[in-house]
Design a protein around this ligand. Structure first.
Ligand SMILES: [Zn+2]
Length: 133
């Protein structure tokens, strides 16, 4: 993983003055590990925390981390970039590459890049049991 739990815990502790902040170390560690599993880099963690605190005054729930990570995967916007002309004809999720025998893959535009980042975050999450904080 590209962001350490220590980094994430440090960023979350910035919020410790907020009334909603939970001081339960077990819960905080579980949240931090979940964020680490989805975050692509430190900036992504910051966008996740920004998106969370700008939307709610409640403590982040572990169940919400995945969707928070997906929507803040790229900077600046809370949604995926618009599909380009190539991937728009396939619903914006993928393109068919003729040279690979017609296999489907992520596009090379910003939207495809964001989707690829989400793919790898999910893949990392599947492997997270091997890493220990
Ligand atoms: Zn595209």
């Amino acid at each position: 993983m590209s962001v350490t739990l220590k980094t994430i815990m440090g960023k979350m502790r910035v919020l410790s003055g907020q009334s909603f902040f939970v001081r339960d170390e077990v819960l905080l560690n579980a949240l931090g590990r979940k964020i680490a599993a989805y975050a692509t880099d430190a900036a992504h963690v910051e966008r996740m925390i920004d998106a969370w605190v700008s939307r709610t005054t409640e403590m982040l729930r572990i169940a919400d981390v995945a969707s928070l990570a997906a929507e803040s995967v790229q900077g600046g916007a809370s949604t995926l970039p618009e599909p380009c002309s190539a991937c728009a004809q396939y619903g914006g999720s993928f393109v068919i590459r003729e040279m690979d025998g017609g296999s489907a893959g992520r596009c090379d535009c910003m939207r495809g890049l964001a989707l690829r980042t989400m793919d790898s975050a999910r893949a990392r999450n599947g492997l997270k049991h091997s890493e220990v904080a």
